[in-house]
Design a protein around this ligand. Structure first.
Ligand code: SAH
Length: 235
């Protein structure tokens, strides 16, 4: 049996490799059409994904796959973050609601797409993750544009409603009614919906009027379950 020795990666090696790997990944996401606009490209270039994952996984930061965070939760794959940001058609000064903060990466990218001029409210049900996300958003300079709320995102965030954009990064059994209510007319809602815990369809809704919604599916995805009053029950 031949054992292949991986080259030793010290801190400088990792840093240089990450720069190259990030360039390659963003090039690939652009070439294959996940990244469509300059602003999403710039944002994904600017936000350091390596800062939003556990330290021991830093060298995987620019591999196009989800990564395990803690407590069974995951950071989405970069192509999924690109799909979310492009589909939302974010503009400066928008008010955005995210359900499922994780370590805060997607929220930071959304804030960056808006040139840090809008505001992101992000709800996380697990206190320990919210605490880590708060620290990470501070270190990377997004603390003033991203607010973390600890709670059940299936209820939305009435206090700051209505929102220009709402998106979920966890899969719900159906679209929570409160989220539709808390969306502005003309606003967009993006949420993974499915009847199986690990497989959903990414549903995009445009609110045409107070009671009229246009709905389409962007295809199959696999997010962790959204757990809450209008989500799944905790196992
Ligand atoms: N957006 C994150 C990915 C988060 S994974 C990122 O960029 O890294 C999904 C997160 O949703 C988990 O942290 C999970 O705890 C959280 N979650 C699940 N159900 C929730 C609910 N009802 N309200 C708020 N957060 C929820």
């Amino acid at each position: 049996m031949t054992v292949i020795q991986m080259p030793h990666r010290d801190e400088t090696n990792i840093k240089n490799d990450l720069i190259d790997e990030k360039k390659y990944l963003i090039g690939k996401l652009s070439k294959y059409g996940y990244i469509k606009t300059e602003k999403v490209k710039k944002a994904m270039n600017t936000v350091p994904r390596e800062e939003f994952i556990p330290k021991e996984k830093r060298s995987y930061a620019y591999v196009d796959r989800p990564l395990h965070l803690v407590k069974g939760q995951t950071i989405s794959a970069p192509h999924m973050v690109a799909i979310i940001c492009e589909t939302l058609e974010l503009e400066e000064n928008m008010k955005v609601l995210e359900i499922g903060t994780g370590f805060g990466y997607n929220a930071a990218v959304v804030a960056e797409v808006m040139n840090k001029k809008g505001h992101v409210y992000t709800i996380e049900r697990l206190k320990s993750l919210a605490k880590i996300a708060k620290e990470k958003l501070k270190v990377t300079g997004y603390e003033n544009v991203v607010d973390i709320i600890i709670g059940d995102g299936t209820l939305g965030y009435e206090k700051e409603a209505q929102f220009d954009r709402i998106y979920g990064t966890a899969g719900a059994p159906y679209i929570p009614e409160d989220l539709k209510k808390q969306l502005k007319v003309g606003g967009k809602l993006l949420i993974p919906v499915g009847n199986n815990l690990n497989f959903q369809e990414l549903i995009c809704i445009v609110k045409k009027s107070e009671n009229e919604f246009k709905e389409k599916s962007l295809g199959g995805v696999g997010f962790v379950p959204m757990i809450g009053k209008y989500g799944w029950e905790e196992k």
